[in-house]
Design a protein around this ligand. Structure first.
Ligand code: UT7
Length: 320
């Protein structure tokens, strides 16, 4: 038994902030700097009180609709998020309740920007093992909650959003190969080093990053892990019809595509409009390319994640 994606969905909060909006709000930056260094033009920001489970819920509803399935057919829920609603319960349990479901496993995966690829790989393994039947896999983030808006090196880079996929059993492999990695020795280059302790937040609960170290790490890791999935599938690089790398920086995406020999027009790009939505970035981009008809049955789609931890991973799909 293998698994395939039966439907995708996504959701972006209504409020859009352009680079100029950020500059007007006092961030010491310019549209020219952000655009030329990252490819980002704007980002969506959650409304006051809008949490990751809210974004996840809307994306999930759309994915279920696309799959032509009722929520009651889902038995397993995995939410990839670094910005959960609470310390606990998990965002997946909150989502399960909002979808009116009971009893099946529901849990969060914390692998930062690789989270969706991790969650997809886990759901695929559960379906193959027979421990899950129909799984809802979601990436949902409200990074606006963990940004220091006075730090121009980080606050211009991120946005909020959610993407979801419904995974179902299939005789033919829809998820052809997945590979996951982590290197905890690199945890210092991207982190939110705050803890909830004794009724207070200890440490600094804002995102901090060594941008250049992340940049270098990301390009090598993304290329290597794409090659690993291709090797597992016995396919050459030229088999990639669509490349959907984590959407952090257009320059990282371009460099990765170039190293893999994938032409620019075969890379799905949403970073310009969404900025970096961490675990939501890959499913948001996947949903866009599925809905606008770019991804067609029989094509190979390479999903790539990389992010804090450090974590990285790939999922090679054959669309059906
Ligand atoms: O999910 C993974 C998460 N993160 C990433 O993938 C990010 C990876 N890294 C990057 O995308 C890039 O390293 C950045 C976009 C973060 C930074 O680009 P860079 O070309 O590496 O710039 P830099 O950090 O070397 O900074 C160059 C200059 C500095 O000024 P000085 O010291 O040369 O005078 C910065 O202070 O740009 C300045 N700068 C800014 N200026 C205007 C940094 N941020 C900004 C800003 N607006 N927002």
């Amino acid at each position: 038994m293998r698994s395939r994606i039966a439907g995708t969905g996504s959701y972006l909060p209504a409020q859009v902030l352009t680079n100029d909006d950020l500059a007007r709000r006092g961030v010491d930056t310019s549209d020219e700097w952000v655009r030329s260094r990252t490819g980002i033009l704007q980002r969506h920001i959650a409304a006051e009180g809008e949490l990751s489970s809210d974004l996840a819920y809307h994306a999930s509803r759309r994915a279920l609709e696309a799959a032509g399935m009722a929520a009651g057919e889902i038995d397993t829920i995995i939410v990839a998020t670094t910005t959960p609603d609470f310390v606990f319960p998990s965002t997946a349990c909150i989502l399960q309740d909002r979808l009116g479901l009971r009893g099946g496993p529901a849990f969060d995966v914390q692998a930062v920007c690789s989270g969706f690829v991790y969650a997809l790989s886990i759901a695929d393994a559960m379906i193959r093992a027979g421990t899950a039947r129909n799984a809802l896999v979601v990436g949902a983030e409200t990074y606006s909650h963990i940004l220091d808006w006075s730090d121009r090196r980080t606050c211009v880079l991120f946005g909020d959003g959610a993407g979801a996929a419904v995974l179902v059993p299939s005789a033919e492999p829809g998820i052809v190969a997945t590979r996951l990695h982590a290197d905890g020795s690199q945890r210092g280059i991207l982190s939110v080093p705050g803890q909830v302790r004794d009724g207070k937040v200890a440490g600094r609960p804002f995102l901090q990053m060594d941008g250049q170290a992340v940049f270098k790490f990301a390009v090598r890791a993304l290329t290597d892990v794409a090659d690993e999935a291709l090797a597992d599938a016995g396919l050459p690089r030229t088999a990639i019809d669509w490349l959907i790398p984590h959407q952090a920086n257009l320059r990282i995406m371009d460099a990765t595509a170039k190293r893999l020999g994938v032409p620019h027009e075969r890379v799905v790009v949403t970073v310009d409009r969404h900025a970096n939505t961490s675990a939501a970035s890959v499913p948001l981009a996947l949903d866009e390319a599925v809905r606008d008809g770019r991804i067609r049955p029989g094509q190979h789609v390479m999903l790539l994640g990389v992010g804090g931890g450090f974590t990285w991973g790939s999922a090679l799909l054959r669309w059906s």
